[in-house]
Design a protein around this ligand. Sequence first.
Ligand code: UT7
Length: 305
Amino acid sequence: MSYKSKIVSTGKYLPEGVITNFDLEKLVDTNDEWIVSRTGINTRRKALESVLDMAYNASMDAIKKAEYDKDKIDLIIVATITNEIKSPSIANLLQAKLGLNDKQVMAFDVNAACTGFVYALEVATSLLQSWKFKSALVVGSEKMTNIVDFTDRNTCILFGDGAGSMIVEPGDIDSVFYNDSKGDNTKILEVDKYVKMNGPRVYQFAVDIIPKTINKILRDNNLTLDDIDVIIPHQANKRIVESIIKEMNLSDDKVILNIDRYGNTSAASIPITIAEYKEENKDLKTILIVGFGGGFTWGAAILKI
Ligand code: UT7
């Protein structure tokens, strides 16, 4: 089933602090050559700001780009796994920070790990379809450096901080979604105090599930790769993306990558990449976003931005 809506604006925020591979060489037994060749990451960002501050900055970027009347926003959904406190949600705090406390707003967070933004966008888009809401602000904001153990070389090289946002209204443009999950109790990928991960097992999961997810959403909607301008995948590892490019016989420029600069920003990676792509490509494009993450969760959407 397709939803009718309209993406009005996209935004992003990357904190100024940078962690280079050479910085990590001083913390754990690793080196720049290993990190670049195994992951494609050169730098990632480290925030002094909170998850809320980054969510706010990314939201304001989208609001300013469209000169949007923020008082119209009546639905706020934030995808995050790094909220510093359990409650209120980042979405509630964002409502207050945006000055929307006097408005009737439904605000809540979504936890679907790195797939969080795709999940949150489907929830928002389906709620907009009811025409009960006028305007949804959907955000992915993560402070991964708060939950990374900087003595664990398996994980600390991968993750970074940032936020991305999207404003969506009811409209007449079709978007389609496929979101899925499988409850996993094997502890291959979990966050207790810190992210713990069996990297090779997660890698195998990713290279298996991403092509299947892309093929399913295309097949279910009678579309082919020729109908898609670009694929924006969750930025987890450059090698994962390269393996998908090879398996699916894609041209390199069909897939957007920025992992070299930002690392894996979990639920923020897809909206950051969308916002960056949109800054360079002003005319309407058909994009396929695809994510996977802890849970396990995975999902895709085909959108016009
Ligand atoms: O958002 C979803 C969350 N996570 C992911 O998507 C992660 C998916 N997995 C990965 O990206 C990769 O598995 C990693 C980048 C985490 C690891 O790369 P890998 O090619 O799978 O390496 P490996 O874990 O199989 O380790 C290969 C070798 C090992 O040494 P030995 O046993 O061959 O001597 C590791 O001990 O590399 C060693 N190693 C490192 N060496 C230098 C592991 N981490 C490092 C490191 N620096 N940081």
